[in-house]
Design a protein around this ligand. Structure first.
Ligand SMILES: [Mg+2]
Length: 423
């Protein structure tokens, strides 16, 4: 038995926690460089603002309707996410974090409880302790729990907030599934939905009743598993969901075009530094550093992109070694005279065990004690206090993202702490 707990409009909700005066105001959060809408409060949805809408297109509309607008604030969301995950851990030790605002809780040992009531307690505690609204879906498989969460979110058939499939009989479930389009099933994207439609599978009920083995022949084992999961047979192991841990990606587009190799190097070094911290936090080592750079599609025919994978002689989680490898790769793919718009890195081939065989020929070795000191100093005095000289010395480098609405570190920066005064 699983519960899938998912934050409602998570980014917008995080902003609202610290701006209670906005609790009934429409709120939207914009993507990197204030490109487009990536989160909306219910009031913003009610105004007709769509997900992914370009900010420059709705700016006037938003001002007219007094929409509160925020530039994306990853430090705040990550911190609120950690707090939420820790609260949820109290409800089951079997937690699988699936995304920044979503996790599965294994409830196998809890079936003697009233799970609907348990779900309400989860929801209530997260609301009370963190001020974040979440929805809970409960069912026998992960795919069904995701679907139950969808029902809880959209308040289908009176299941607002918490939806527990395990207390519904199969006739009730089938009636409900006949009302949900097949695209709501976890893993069904646009292409699969089109294939299904061509086969006459339009609703979740259609897919549930389909012949699983036959679908495997036409599609893949993934689709077969989907059908079995809809029928209450668990097919997804935790390993299937571990994908996020197998690679670490950090990339971002620039606030303005960047031309100089030196500036690209700074940006790449900054991406490596932040990914390397995560790598050490999760106790992994990377065997390959991938670097990519590109110009913008909006800049006409001269579109240019290139990537390179740099293998390390032995897996590493040392910022300095990873940076050196990434910069080596960057210099090989860099082309002069281009207007670069985005760079990124990926740490690949991650392992959970330290490399056993030291590399005889490498001039640089991992220095775990130095990394420990660096992580501790940065945790205490703030991100980037101690960093490699390859990252920018300048505090507002040109390659940084554009932000119209400066982010506040409500939970991560002393100066931004909210002050509560007693009357
Ligand atoms: Mg969510």
């Amino acid at each position: 038995m699983f519960a899938l707990v998912d934050g409602n409009n998570f980014f917008a909700s995080c902003e609202r926690v610290f701006r209670p005066e906005l609790s009934h105001t429409p709120v939207v959060v914009l993507s990197n460089n204030d490109g487009c809408v990536i989160a909306r409060s219910p009031e913003a949805k009610a105004l007709g603002i769509r997900m992914g809408e370009a900010w420059f297109e709705i700016r006037d509309f938003a001002q007219r309707h007094q929409v509160a607008v925020f530039s994306v604030n990853p430090a705040l969301y990550a911190d609120m996410s950690n707090r939420m995950m820790n609260v949820l851990l109290q409800f089951s030790p079997h937690q699988e974090i699936y995304s920044i605002d979503e996790c599965f809780l294994g409830l196998d040992g809890y079936t003697h409880l009233d799970l609907l009531d348990y779900g309400r307690q989860i929801r209530q505690r997260v609301q009370q302790w963190l001020g974040l609204p979440v929805c809970v879906g409960i069912a026998a498989t992960k795919t069904l729990a995701k679907l139950a969460n969808h029902c809880a979110k959209s308040a289908l058939a009176g299941h607002a907030g918490v939806c527990d499939f395990s207390r519904m009989d199969s006739a009730e479930l089938d009636a409900l599934f006949a009302r949900i389009p097949v695209g709501e099933v976890w893993g069904v994207g646009r292409r699969l939905r089109e294939h299904f439609a061509a086969q006459g599978l339009h609703t979740v009920a259609d897919l549930k009743q389909a012949h699983a083995a036959a679908l495997r022949k036409q599609h893949s084992i993934v689709v077969e598993n989907m059908v079995r999961e809809l029928n209450g047979i668990p097919c997804l192991s935790s390993a299937d969901m571990d994908e996020g841990k197998r690679q670490l990606i950090s990339s971002r587009s620039f606030g303005q075009r960047v031309y100089a190799l030196r500036e690209l190097e700074e940006a790449i070094a900054a991406h490596v530094a932040s990914a390397a911290v995560k790598l050490r936090q999760q106790g992994s080592w990377a065997a390959i550093v991938h670097v990519h750079i590109r110009t913008s599609h909006h800049d006409g025919d001269a579109y240019f992109q290139k990537g390179i994978s740099v293998p390390l002689s032995a897996p590493s989680n040392d910022t300095l070694r990873l940076t050196r490898a990434a910069l080596w790769g960057l210099r090989r793919i860099f082309a002069q005279g281009r207007a670069y718009h985005k760079v990124g890195i990926a740490l690949l081939e991650l392992t959970d065990a330290p490399p056993r065989q030291p590399d005889l020929f490498s001039p640089v070795r991992d220095n775990p004690r130095l990394m420990q000191v660096m992580d501790r100093v940065n945790a205490t005095f703030g991100h980037g206090t101690l960093r490699s000289a390859a990252t920018a010395m300048n505090t507002t480098p040109r390659w940084q993202a554009r932000r119209e609405f400066p982010a506040r570190g409500f939970t991560t920066r002393w100066a931004d702490l909210r002050v509560v005064q007693a009357r």
